[in-house]
Design a protein around this ligand. Structure first.
Ligand code: ADP
Length: 501
């Protein structure tokens, strides 16, 4: 089992990856992950729970204390680079599997997800040899320096919206810094993380450095977060579950980093290039079926361009090709699960009750027979929204935008910040002074000016407020996976005089 299986119609089978071996769950249980475009089973996966997490943590500890910490930084980097190359060589099959498991259009998994996965492993492969301590100019006859050391065993719990990319964001810096990992993929989308396990084996990582335990959040996830044998827990997912993780971690004072929900303002001023802003608004809310924590889900329009903007926005939203995600021309696939689809439908009812109107969408599309069991939803725009409505305050995690109008910049910034979240924000204007003023005043971890959803492995990503803490990617990710030791040396060679004479 050294390369990804090609996507076929037969349900695939996967085991857990623990201590360098593929094993069944101790309970013998399995679960099924469906293809969200059809509802048909895609794979049968071993279901990890507490006992398996226990084994995986023990394997990761043994690897950390053993072979992994003896390896040079250069060798760690080489392994990561080898992994990046293997992923690149198998990118086509991995993209097809990502689409089959998650439902995202193949053009996204092929041209966005997979290239970014490779980029992250490459970037952090190069970082392994650049993790350094510092010398501190302390007074007197002392030499003081710091060592930047790995934390140890890291638990990593990831979501289903970018299954392989989230695995890359978490694994690459953790491994570059010399940690070992127990990774729990989301139960909706375990397939590509397990395929990655095969490539990790093929690249030659020592056994137990990466362990992969697919399973449910309340069982496998909760057991990992509460485990006293891990040194860090990293989580990406909902704010609600993020709070549970932080509470579980508090009992052992496990270090935590959290990348949580968002309700980003995407703001269009009248002086913006309207065509660009409309395209940016589409990208902000309909990319990945709107299942993006930094989705531009609150669109703030300056009152005097409202009609023109909405006319264009609606026309383009209605032209989005929704359907078979495996078709290269498809622009939106199904939502990940029936549960998510129902959640979105629930918000359409809430919006109506709150007095918002549906400009377009608000229902599932009519599709061919083959896709009737899929979880599709049309691109949806709510108008007549005010910032206090639930549809403007709660994360819907679907292709649903809430449009709010404004006339005054000061009031706009106040509204943009009136949310529990603070992950990202977008602004469209030709006025550079205003754009940078906004960048300073908005309480968000990422700001996009005249663009949206831009990412790079070198640029930090993470939230303000209840969108979490810690920054992934860039050198900040290395900080998340290392700790500092301060070392003092007396250079005088003389006895300490204070009590000694
Ligand atoms: P969503 O609500 O969008 O499905 P979640 O935040 O529930 O997102 O899930 C993100 C990840 O967190 C998944 O891997 C899921 O299994 C895991 N998870 C869910 N509940 C818990 C929990 N109580 N403890 C630990 N992990 C959990």
């Amino acid at each position: 089992m050294s390369s990804p299986q090609a996507a076929t119609n037969e349900p695939r089978r996967y085991q857990l990856f623990i201590g360098g071996e593929w094993v069944d769950a101790e309970s013998g249980k399995t679960f099924t992950t469906p293809n969200p475009a059809t509802g048909a089973p895609l794979a049968e996966v071993a279901e990890a729970d507490k006992a398996d997490v226990e084994r995986a943590v023990a394997a990761a500890r043994q690897a950390f204390e053993g072979k992994w910490s003896k390896l040079s930084a250069r060798d760690r980097g080489r392994l990561l680079y080898k992994l990046a190359q293997l992923i690149e060589a198998h990118a086509k099959e991995l993209a097809a599997l990502e689409t089959a498991d998650n439902g995202k259009p193949i053009r996204e998994s092929s041209y966005i997800d997979l290239p970014q996965v490779v980029e992250n492993f490459e970037y952090f492969a190069g970082f392994a040899t650049k993790i350094e301590g510092e010398t501190i100019p302390v007074p007197g006859q002392f030499f003081n320096y710091t060592l930047r050391e790995p934390l140890g065993v890291c638990g990593q719990i990831i979501p289903w919206n970018f299954p392989l990319l989230m695995a890359a964001w978490k694994l690459a810096p953790a491994l570059a810094a010399g940690n070992t990992v127990v990774l729990k993929p989301a139960e909706q989308t375990p397939v590509t993380a397990l395929e990655l396990g095969k490539l990790i084996q093929e690249a030659g990582f020592p056994e137990g450095v990466v362990n992969i335990v697919p399973g449910y959040g309340e069982t496998a996830g909760a057991a990992l977060a509460a485990h006293p044998g891990i040194d860090k827990i990293a989580f990406t997912g909902s704010t609600e579950v993020g709070k549970l993780i932080a509470r579980a971690a508090a009992d052992n004072l496990t270090k935590v980093s959290l990348e949580l929900g968002g309700k980003a303002p995407n703001i269009v001023f009248a002086d913006a290039d309207l065509e660009q802003a409309v395209n940016g608004a589409l990208m902000g809310i309909f990319y990945n079926q709107g299942q993006v924590c930094c989705a531009g889900s609150r669109i703030f329009l300056e009152e005097r361009i409202k009609d023109e903007f909405l006319e264009r926005f609606k026309a383009k939203a209605e032209k989005i090709k929704v359907g078979d995600p495996a078709d290269k021309t498809t622009q939106m696939g199904p939502q990940v699960s029936e549960e998510q689809l129902n959640r979105i439908k629930g918000y359409v009812d809430i919006a109506r009750q709150e007095g918002a109107s549906v400009l377009t969408g608000g229902a599932s599309p009519e599709l061919d027979e083959q896709f009737r069991g899929g979880y599709f939803f049309r691109p949806t725009i709510f108008c007549d929204v005010n910032n206090r409505m639930r549809v403007a305050q709660e994360e819907i995690f679907g292709p649903v935008s809430s449009v709010i109008t404004f006339t005054d910049e000061v009031d706009l910034i106040k509204q943009a910040n009136e949310t529990i979240y603070g992950l990202s924000a977008g602004i469209w204007t030709r006025d550079i002074t205003r754009a940078h003023r906004f960048a300073r005043e908005v309480k968000a971890g990422v700001v996009w000016i005249n663009t949206y959803n831009m990412f790079n492995a070198a640029s930090p990503f993470g939230g303000y407020k209840q969108s979490g803490y810690g920054r992934e990617m860039g050198r900040h990710a290395i900080e998340l996976y290392t700790q500092i030791k301060s070392v003092w040396v007396d250079l005088s060679g003389k006895p300490i005089g204070w009590f000694g004479n």
